[in-house]
Write a protein that binds this ligand. Structure first.
Ligand code: FCB
Length: 437
């Protein structure tokens, strides 16, 4: 196999991503409550300490700096900012000011997510995203925190992976609130769309009222490459097409057209969505093979391909080509800049992580060469962390965390990624070193 240097566009931003609940420790939110229910988290693990990032963010950002990261994506924990409805915790707001400041001091661009799966307990108690007041309440929190951080140069992400919130929480019941109810899932999808609109409008108005230049805003989508199990079977082909639209596109179509589209709504206009996305954040990990003989609505899928490598715990197949197809379709449909807000693999085999990153970057490079406007790439994740229902089983970090001592131990992939950043793309030497087998 011969390789060539893959040069990325000038100004392409490289870095890593994480979220509050998975790293900080000490959170009091709906997820922390969920963890207490026996059987919800593998081996009964919990996020009580997590990576203790709340106290160690400076050490973690020193590592991000050391490994050349230019941007870091993290989330604000809503339950810290608004622990009781309408009551703000100024000390926690100050904490996040310091977090942002410490990135800026290290010359790392902060990308701040306003919602990454977790909710305050009071919000859960009022029905969370099923409640028609939820979008407005999210908008109010957004204004509060954005007002406190608007003097820093921040790229804003509104909601992380709305369709994961819908499917894992309301269809498959593996995340709180643990429901299996498609109709409720649709209500939630609609309210998350409205919430994104409230957040986008809130951010715009805060900056406008202070006479500040408008920041970049984006929602972040979870994307999967849907493939028919049998490409000759029209039912499988149709199912893959249908699910691709339902999972990958309905929600973002709403953002792009300022409507609440079917089946989440009736297609009516929703003005708050206007001008709410400067770019689309895309998280990609794997493909999803579907068959009309399996009931995907109950979580049934055909057996995995034994030839493909998998992500630890989550069992996601490594399928880099899907990245190309997913990115290509987003670019062609929306012609809106894309930022790759998460990509990576949970594994203790770091050579697999190195291969994963390189193979996925090859696909990204391919789409860019074909004209897609892709602005940056973030590895999930900077360090190992609490992987939701999988507990600590999946090791996604460029940097290992020893959960006994909380020591941070950089993996080889951290050095590889540093070199990729230095060269603004994988060189042929890197590819032949890790990919020639
Ligand atoms: C994504 C989530 C992120 C992390 C990765 C592995 O769906 O956004 O929090 O769990 O998967």
């Amino acid at each position: 196999m011969t390789y060539r240097d893959l040069e990325f566009p000038k100004g392409f931003l490289w870095g890593s991503a994480a979220s509050s609940h998975q790293t900080e420790g000490g959170n009091r939110n709906d997820w922390r409550e969920w963890e207490k229910i026996p059987g919800k988290i593998r081996d009964g693990e919990d996020s009580e300490i997590a990576c203790d990032h709340y106290n160690r963010y400076e050490e973690d950002f020193d590592l991000a700096k050391k490994f050349g990261h230019q941007v870091h994506r993290f989330s604000i924990e809503w339950s810290r900012i608004e622990p009781h409805m309408g009551k703000w915790n100024e000390r926690e707001i100050e904490h996040y000011r310091k977090v942002v400041q410490s990135l800026i001091e290290r010359d790392i661009q902060p990308m701040v997510t306003l919602h990454h799966f977790t909710n305050p307990i009071w919000f859960r108690d009022m029905g969370a995203w099923l409640n028609s007041e939820s979008p407005g309440l999210f908008g109010r929190y957004t204004r509060k925190i954005v007002d406190a951080l608007s003097d820093y140069d921040i790229i804003w992400n509104t909601i992380n992976e709305p369709m994961v919130v819908v499917t894992m929480g309301y269809l498959y019941g593996e995340f709180p609130p643990g429901l299996n109810d498609y109709a409720k899932g649709l209500v939630v999808a609609g309210n998350l769309l409205r919430a994104h609109g409230h957040a986008g409008t809130g951010i715009r108005e805060v900056y406008e009222s202070k006479g500040l230049e408008q920041p970049q805003i984006a929602p972040v989508l979870s994307c999967s490459y849907f493939m028919p199990q049998d490409p000759e079977n029209p039912d499988d082909v149709e199912l893959a097409r249908y699910l691709d639209d339902l999972y990958n596109h309905v929600w973002i179509r709403g953002v792009m057209t300022s409507t609440i589209p079917e089946p989440a709504g009736d297609g009516h206009r929703y003005d708050l969505l206007d001008d709410s996305a400067d770019f689309i954040g895309i998280n990609y990990y794997s493909r999803m093979v579907v068959s009309s003989e399996y009931d995907i609505m109950t979580g049934e899928t055909p057996p995995k391909n034994p030839e493909l490598e998998r992500c630890e715990g989550l069992d996601w197949e490594v399928y880099s080509e899907g990245y190309y197809h997913v990115l290509k379709s987003y670019w062609e449909k929306y012609k809106t800049p894309i930022f790759l807000t998460e990509n990576g693999i949970g594994t203790q085999d770091d050579s697999l992580r190195c291969r994963y990153i390189l193979e996925h970057l090859q696909q990204v490079h391919r789409v860019i060469q074909e004209g897609a406007d892709i602005r940056g790439y973030l590895v999930w994740s900077l360090t190992d962390n609490f992987e939701w229902a999988q507990g600590f089983e999946s090791h996604f970090g460029l940097i290992e965390v020893d959960y006994e001592t909380l020591e941070r131990i950089p993996r080889e992939s951290a050095y590889l990624f540093r070199d990729i950043i230095r060269e603004n793309g994988p060189t042929k030497e890197m590819q032949s070193k890790y990919l020639s087998r």
